[in-house]
Design a binder for this molecule. Structure first.
Ligand code: FES
Ligand SMILES: [Fe+2]
Length: 380
């Protein structure tokens, strides 16, 4: 299913945006040698803000995206409404109110707003003031997620929604969760682009010495960066040993692809050594994709949507549940590390983040993000 907009054309959205308040800028302004911009996120991008099933017709859903407060709900035709979470009248969060048909009613004095941000009803006034409106956001649904565009609505092209098609592809099966983390979203991007941390952070599950000992290659284009690590004839870590269900050494692959601004797909798996996986035939092995999209809420908090999908033992719900819960535990190990890292960065904003060879993928991803931001800045 794919839906764009909320009862509005792109032109109408652009018109509404003109009357919106200016977008907030980063206030923290911490710098490190590899942070070329004070701003930490681009605005003219699609960001995942919820799983599709989280946006319904009974309760409004409050989310924060790029320092902006949003409220979302689902309209009768299945479309997604995404508007500013702040009443035009006295600024109460609209998410504290309730849904009535396709509209949201403010909890304080009962003004009602539709998905186009227009006030449709003012109790005690015969007609609603036509100037009473709040900002709306382009919203779209794809790959089991709801995506919102926080920047210029006229530029919201659904073709640029990042590719996470495995999430609803019948050839793949799996599930995931959301982590709400107290860190700059880019710390998770650094983390995912450098899987040598598996050896140390995830020693009891997916990590072993083979990962840290095997060099990787990094490639990129304007919008993507890819890190490839191929491990030939190595011991399988516990997680993959169980999935494969066979003893003996394996050939293992990790292909990590970053797509701007914050989506990373891990192509991971193992096969018994010498069965052809490294030359293209993975049929004797087990294939997984770890789908990650990490959305900035504020400068130092984020929503991390992830899903673990596989191309073997499809429609086995007990395996799906087991893998989802096991992976959730693994990702909490990452969260502990990056939140502690953020706390230290907050305490020591003058200290630089340093780069090693293992940081090549993350550094490239950050550079792509910085270039997106720079293109949005007025010329100096
Ligand atoms: S604050 Fe919303 S109706 Fe008054
Ligand atoms: Fe990790």
């Amino acid at each position: 299913m794919f839906l764009i907009g909320v009862n509005q054309s792109r032109g109408a959205l652009a018109e509404r945006a003109k009357s919106s308040q200016p977008l907030p800028k980063s206030t923290l302004g911490k710098t490190a040698p590899d942070m070329s911009s004070e701003r930490r996120f681009a605005l003219n991008c699609w960001y995942a803000v919820a799983w599709s099933h989280e946006v319904g017709r009974r309760e409004p859903l409050a989310r924060t995206l790029c320092n902006q407060k949003l409220v979302l709900w689902r309209e009768a035709d299945g479309g997604i409404a995404a508007i500013e979470d702040m009443c035009w009248h006295r600024l109460l969060p609209l998410s504290m109110g309730w849904l009535k048909g396709d509209e949201i009613v403010c909890r304080y004095h009962g003004l009602a707003f539709d998905g186009a941000g227009r006030c449709t009803h003012m109790p005690s006034s015969e007609t609603a003031n036509p100037n009473a409106r709040v900002r709306t956001y382009p919203a779209a649904e794809r790959h089991r997620f709801v995506w919102v565009w926080p920047g210029d609505p006229a530029r919201a092209d659904p073709a640029s929604i990042p590719d996470l098609h495995w999430n609803d592809d019948p050839e793949w099966d799996g599930d995931g969760k959301t982590m709400f983390a107290k860190c700059d979203y880019r710390l998770f991007i650094d983390n995912l682009m450098d899987l040598t941390h598996e050896t140390f952070v995830h020693a009891t599950s997916i990590g072993n010495s083979a990962v840290a000992e095997t060099p990787m290659t990094t490639t990129h284009d304007a919008n993507t960066a890819t890190v490839t690590r191929i491990m030939e004839n190595v011991d399988a870590p516990p997680f993959w040993r169980t999935q494969l269900g066979k003893p003996g050494n394996v050939d293992r692959w990790q292909i990590i692809r970053f797509e701007a601004p914050c989506t990373i797909v891990l192509d991971v798996g193992v096969a018994p050594t010498g069965t052809g996986a490294l030359s293209g035939d993975r049929s004797k092995g087990v294939n997984g994709r770890v789908l990650n999209t990490i959305t900035p809420e504020t400068d130092t908090t984020c929503m991390y949507f992830w899903s673990l999908v596989r191309s073997y033992r499809l429609r086995d719900q007990s395996l799906t549940t087991q893998l989802r819960e096991a992976n959730a535990k693994i990702f909490i190990e990452d969260q502990v590390v990056v939140e502690a890292q953020q706390a230290m960065m907050d305490l020591h904003p003058d200290k630089p983040l340093r780069r090693l060879d293992i940081d090549a993928g993350g550094t490239r991803a950050r550079r792509i993000i910085d270039e997106l931001i720079a293109r949005e800045e007025p010329p100096r």
